[in-house]
Design a protein around this ligand. Structure first.
Ligand code: SAH
Ligand code: SF4
Ligand code: F3S
Length: 463
């Protein structure tokens, strides 16, 4: 359900707070944990805050309002938040008017909200992932009453469009194409904290990208937990491949990325679409999680080692210059030596261009959390080290293959340590550093990749 009435209501609250804030210089600090979904949500929160008259600061200690957008995908994400909140207590002591807000995935867990209630009484506002659009209304209630406000929804079918947003980068932007996830991989908390899968309407997505393009954006990243199943439940029949192609054909858009693809839903149509449209990045992030059929089945991933190898082979055959990156979990319950060997074998065969390796983290409420055979810390660490070493080898080897080539590079920034240098990215997503010859951030230039440094290149601009 798409609700334009709701966005109008929220704009009224934004206006009320803006009036109250007028004549005062109030600063906000936005702290984001987690994935691109959270990054995108925080851009919306920042957009709303700026419309209310708040000015951004990078430092929590200078802020009149801090908003932490939380992640709970692994246990250390939770720990990081509690650490930050401990420090924020001091800021609150120094500035009793400081408003502390918490939102995001962690807040969808009951035990977290209970803990905040008992141990962090100085938090002013708590809301979740489903009602982020209500931020202005909830903040208004905090300001008016001085009380703590908590509003967590268990589910929603609402998609509220047209709220303000403040982009982190002027030249690139994430674009949500769907929310939530229905896959219930047995280790994963995301379906519980982000709710059921809901696709945005094709028209809304395309209009958003057109507006971004006319505002100077040249690269978009289509975002969803499983973009390959885009379109389910919409009245119009449209596949992810069709949406991707349409996005890549919008005037002014020069590069389109997408994240994340689930191997079980990766279609031939999608592979052909990437191959045939050079605006679509030569990069796919295709989480493997494990190379063992037994573990994959326990993980509820719905593909086998052979299925994955077949997909990778098709990608590499049809699109030879594509980079394939992945996520791998080590130490899943019952994992043994032979399972890890299967994972190492897939890494060798696919020769990943990059991989995020995670130690399995038990998440309350998931199926895997109650499985027998949880591994010891030592075993988990041993498996992790072996997998990490292997992916570092393959990604280095893969990066070498582009050494000496000339590539189109999107200039993303001026090097912080050395302003005479620029940093950019090739279509395959690798970073390149090269001398600043006066091109502007956000433009595309040709760069020769002179020297591969493992994960990045040193290059020279080609005129
Ligand atoms: N929707 C995306 C993943 C989102 S979470 C997908 O399916 O690919 C990002 C990554 O975190 C996952 O791919 C997985 O490798 C890792 N992850 C998720 N839950 C985890 C857990 N409980 N322990 C360790 N890693 C986990
Ligand atoms: Fe989690 Fe699996 Fe959904 Fe990804 S596809 S968010 S890993 S449940
Ligand atoms: Fe974390 Fe939520 Fe993303 S749990 S990984 S921020 S969807």
């Amino acid at each position: 359900m798409n609700d334009s009435f709701e966005s109008e209501r929220q704009l009224e609250y934004i206006e009320k707070i803006r009036k109250q804030n007028s004549g005062r210089t109030l600063k906000y600090c936005s702290v984001v944990f987690g994935c691109q979904m959270n990054e995108k949500d925080s851009e919306k929160l920042c957009g709303m805050l700026e419309c209310m008259g708040y000015i951004k600061t990078e430092y929590e200690k200078d802020a009149d309002l801090i908003i932490y957008n939380t992640c709970t995908v692994r246990e250390n994400a939770d720990k990081r938040l509690y650490g930050r909140l401990g420090v924020a207590k001091q800021y609150k002591r120094d500035n009793p008017d400081l408003i502390i807000c918490l939102c995001g995935c962690m807040m969808q867990e009951e035990h977290v909200v209970q803990k905040i209630n008992t141990s962090y009484p100085y938090v002013n506002l708590i809301f979740g992932t489903h009602n982020i659009f209500k931020f202005a209304e909830l903040l208004y209630a905090v300001i008016e009453t001085g009380d703590r406000v908590t509003d967590i929804w268990k589910e929603t079918d609402l998609i509220v469009e047209d709220l303000p947003s403040r982009r982190k980068y002027p030249f690139k932007s994430g674009v949500n194409i769907m929310f939530g996830c229905d896959n219930f991989c047995s280790y994963c908390i995301v379906p519980y904290v982000r709710g059921r899968e809901r696709s945005r309407k094709r028209e809304d997505i395309i209009n958003e990208i057109r507006a971004l393009a006319s505002d100077g954006v040249v690269e978009v990243m289509l975002l969803g937990q499983n973009v390959n199943s885009y379109g389910k439940g919409l009245s119009e029949s449209v596949s992810f491949a069709e949406l991707l192609d349409e996005a890549a054909n919008i005037d002014g858009i020069k590069r389109v990325r997408f994240m994340t693809s689930h191997p079980k839903d990766l279609s031939d149509e999608l592979i052909d679409t990437i191959r045939d449209n050079p605006v679509i990045a030569r990069h796919i992030h295709l989480p493997l999680q494990s190379g063992s059929d037994r573990i994959l089945s326990l993980m509820n991933r719905h593909y086998t080692k052979e299925d994955y190898l077949r997909l990778a082979d098709q990608l590499r055959t049809k699109i030879p210059d594509i980079s394939i990156t992945t996520d791998i979990i080590t130490g899943f319950p019952t994992e043994e030596e032979k399972d890890v060997e299967d994972t190492l074998d897939v890494i060798d065969k696919v020769c990943f261009d990059g991989a995020f390796t995670f130690e399995y983290s038990k998440r309350t409420g998931t199926a895997a959390a109650v499985m027998d055979g949880q591994l010891s810390k030592e075993k988990m660490q041993e498996f992790f080290d072996r997998v990490l070493k292997k992916v570092q080898e393959t990604s280095k080897k893969q990066a070498m293959r582009f050494e000496g080539s000339e590539m189109d590079v999107l200039v993303e920034g001026i090097n912080e340590k050395d302003p005479s240098m620029l940093t950019g990215r090739i279509s395959q997503n690798n970073v390149v550093h090269f001398k600043n010859c006066g091109v502007s951030v956000g433009s595309f230039v040709k760069v020769r990749l002179d020297e591969c440094q493992g994960f990045y290149y040193n290059g020279t601009q080609v005129f």
